[in-house]
Design a protein around this ligand. Structure first.
Ligand SMILES: [Zn+2]
Ligand SMILES: [Zn+2]
Length: 176
């Protein structure tokens, strides 16, 4: 795996199957951008149907350029962040969620996407109180409901982010 590119905003992309899909044993996947065979792949948002892009063509921006594609649907705003926005939407793979990605930000930069979580996983990590307190400040779902029903890959699903600068955990919640 050492020759695969790493992504600042998606450090767990090869172990989380909601980011890169992995070709099944015996299955052959070809990147629509470079034409090379690839074990890991993911699609992008483009006018053309772009379903199979290899990690390298995400990382170097080739697929975004070739297909005029973006990999992320939405992100929280940051200030004076054109370079960071470019890295996020053109050179970072998205992740599967119900209504499309909402990439969280903190310390005026995008957070790293850690993975999908429910209340159980947050409690196991010992960060449930911290994460729900932060979540409550945003005007989205009722925090009590979220705490009761949030389930990893469930119909109310959680997506955990961590600030690259101060280490704060933040939660995005999406429902079917
Ligand atoms: Zn490629
Ligand atoms: Zn921060």
């Amino acid at each position: 795996m050492s020759d695969l590119p790493e992504f600042k905003y998606s450090p767990n992309c090869y172990t989380n199957d909601e980011v890169f899909e992995k070709a099944l044993p015996g299955e052959s996947k070809t990147c629509q951008c470079c034409g090379e065979k690839t074990e890991y792949y993911r699609g992008m948002y483009a006018r053309k149907n772009v379903k199979c892009i290899c990690p390298r063509c995400f990382a170097n921006g080739a697929a975004a350029q070739l297909f005029e594609a973006e990999s992320i649907q939405n992100a929280e705003p940051i200030e004076n962040g054109a370079d960071r926005v470019d890295e996020l939407i053109h050179r970072t793979p998205g992740f599967n969620c119900w209504q499309g990605e909402m990439w969280l930000a903190h310390c005026n930069d995008f957070c790293a996407y850690i993975g999908d979580v429910g209340t159980k996983e947050l409690e196991e990590r010992g960060i449930a109180d911290e994460v729900f307190a932060d979540y409550e400040e945003r005007d989205e779902f009722d925090v009590e409901d979220v705490r009761n029903y949030l389930e990893c890959k469930g119909s109310m699903a959680g997506y955990l982010f961590r600030c690259l600068h101060c280490g704060k955990y933040r939660l995005y919640v999406d429902a079917d």
